[in-house]
Write a protein that binds this ligand. Structure first.
Ligand SMILES: Nc1nc(=O)c2c([nH]1)NC[C@@H]1CN(c3ccc(C(=O)N[C@@H](CCC(=O)O)C(=O)O)cc3)CN21
Ligand SMILES: CC(C)C(=O)C(=O)O
Ligand SMILES: [Mg+2]
Length: 279
């Protein structure tokens, strides 16, 4: 009998699967903001994050502070339509969860019901522990995010590597422990020095997913447009470019413009003709 494993059951990755990867094969994560990008990433990654970095990447904002809940829900729903197996997590934007556990639940529940995603991510350490246990106890899995937290850019005085001083490193370690103990299924660790990332990873029981936080983490995440060469010229030091799609787009658009101006496009292969009755 195979009632528990029907042959046509499709592989899906749950937050529990991610949680269980602690210390195993590194967890592969990338961002997607749209359906076509989700379709391309889905066969290759374990987790797709609909990040509030879409404020920078899609909307040209300077920081993520102007991103709204409605924007996250619209993009999250688009990603969900084309992600079949990867675990999809949606960022809660600035101002949608910091006020109280009740505010966080109300807005996270909207994200879950209106997108169908598996979990939400929120930024913060010890001060968010109560909110994380409030959400997880009520059925909303939470991915935590500590270290360099972009929504706190004004409090941090810029996008700076965190944990360089002893007291700073101890605070971030306490933050990571607090969010893990509060019930987060994994913790994004951003922009911290290598020895701190290694220390956090060895001390907490759930996986760490690093961005600019060394190979000592249990997984890695990057912004897809950064590694594809689709965003910006000056990238953070931690980004590795795997393609230069921006250059490809430049060449393709220049060729299209030349063809239109020279009347080479549309050519015979791309024109409708009224053959046998027409249309
Ligand atoms: N396209 C994109 N990629 C990202 O990784 C990203 C976003 N957007 N938006 C939200 C946050 C902001 N992030 C950032 C932005 C800038 C730096 C940066 O300039 N870092 C300096 C560190 C300088 C230091 O050593 O303190 C660097 O040179 O890497 C880092 C992370 C990461 N996130
Ligand atoms: C870079 C990741 C961790 C993120 O929070 C985002 O893309 O918004
Ligand atoms: Mg984010």
């Amino acid at each position: 009998m195979s009632a528990s494993q029907p042959a046509n059951r499709r592989e899906v990755i749950t937050t529990r699967d991610i949680r269980n990867r602690k210390g195993g094969t590194p967890i592969v994560c990338l961002t997607a903001y749209t359906a076509p990008m989700a379709r391309l990433l889905d066969p290759h990654v374990d987790l797709i994050l609909v990040g509030d970095s879409l404020g920078n990447v899609v909307y040209g904002m300077e920081t993520t502070l102007g991103v709204t809940l409605d924007m996250m829900i619209a993009h999250g729903a688009g990603v969900m339509r084309k992600a079949r197996r990867a675990c999809v997590v949606v960022d809660l934007p600035f101002g949608s969860y910091q006020e109280s556990p009740q505010q966080a639940f109300r807005n996270a529940a909207r994200v879950m019901t209106e997108t169908g995603c598996r979990a939400v991510k929120l930024e913060g350490g010890s001060e968010m522990a109560e909110t994380i246990s409030f959400l997880t106890a009520r059925g909303i899995p939470v991915l935590a995010h500590v270290g360099l937290t972009p929504q706190a850019v004004n409090a941090m005085g810029g996008f700076r590597t965190q944990g360089r001083s002893g007291p700073d490193a101890e605070r971030i370690l306490r933050d990571a422990s607090a969010v893990a103990e509060a019930g987060a299924f994994a913790v994004v660790v951003e922009g911290v020095v290598e020895h701190l990332a290694r220390e956090i990873t060895s001390r907490i029981e759930v996986p760490t997913i690093g961005i600019g936080a060394s190979a000592a983490c249990d997984g890695q995440i990057l912004v897809s447009e950064d590694l594809l060469g689709l965003y910006g010229e000056h990238l953070p030091k931690f980004v590795k470019r795997y393609a230069n799609l921006g250059e490809e787009i430049d060449r393709a658009v220049a060729n299209f413009a030349d063809d239109v101006r020279a009347r080479r496009f549309p050519d015979e292969a791309h024109v409708f003709k009224a053959v046998g009755g027409g249309r």
